[in-house]
Every structure is written in structure tokens, then in C-alpha cells.
Design a protein around this ligand. Structure first.
Ligand SMILES: [Zn+2]
Length: 110
């Protein structure tokens, strides 16, 4: 197929399912699904998926220390919260004990 604008041979963009002119950039949509475009589309999807997976793996590897640090911080935060709850409970118990002691002293004095 030739470009209707400049007559250059069109190339197939398999992912976008169009024929395009490498010279003037004209795009012509491919209407019929030829084995060529079908295989191209599948290949394109597989390639995109592979690239995304590879990117993710690379990201995880490059940021392993960062991710570990993040997890450590989350655990630390959790421990801090647990400590806070414990402190609250201890504080509550102390107040309760003081009240009981005061009450016992008051009633014991009679
Ligand atoms: Zn052209």
C-alpha cells in the first residue's frame, strides 16, 4: 500500500492497528483484521504486559531498601500505637487504684 499523500510505502503499526507513512505521518486505519495485525496486536499486548511486569520487578529491586524501610516504619508506628494504648490502660488503672486507695482510706477511717 502507498501513502495517498506522498506515495511512500506505508508501514503497519501493529499495536495501533493502522498503516502509517514514515515520511509524512499519515495514518490509515486497518479495517479488516489480517493475521498480520492480529498477531501484531497480541504481540503488542504481550509486550506491554511483559514491559510492565519487568518495570515492576525492576522497581521493586531498585527500591528494595526503600520498601523495607517503609515496612519497618509501619511496624514501628504500629508498635508505637500499641505502646500508647498500653500507656492509656496503665494510666487508667493507676487512676482507678488511686481512687480505690482514697476511698478505702476514707471508709477505713470511720
Ligand atoms: Zn506520506
Amino acid at each position: 500500500m502507498k501513502c495517498e499523500h506522498c506515495g511512500a510505502a506505508l508501514e503497519v503499526d501493529q499495536l495501533k492497528q493502522v498503516r502509517f507513512c514514515p515520511y509524512c505521518g499519515a495514518e490509515i486505519e486497518i479495517k479488516e483484521e489480517t493475521p498480520e495485525t492480529m498477531a501484531g496486536a497480541i504481540h503488542g499486548i504481550a509486550k506491554t504486559f511483559f514491559n510492565q511486569t519487568a518495570d515492576k520487578i525492576r522497581y521493586n529491586r531498585e527500591h528494595a531498601a526503600e520498601i523495607a524501610e517503609q515496612k519497618r516504619k509501619e511496624k514501628e508506628e504500629e508498635a508505637k500505637n500499641t505502646r500508647k494504648i498500653m500507656m492509656c490502660m496503665m494510666g487508667g488503672l493507676t487512676v482507678l487504684m488511686v481512687i480505690m486507695m482514697v476511698v478505702m482510706r476514707l471508709t477505713g477511717g470511720n
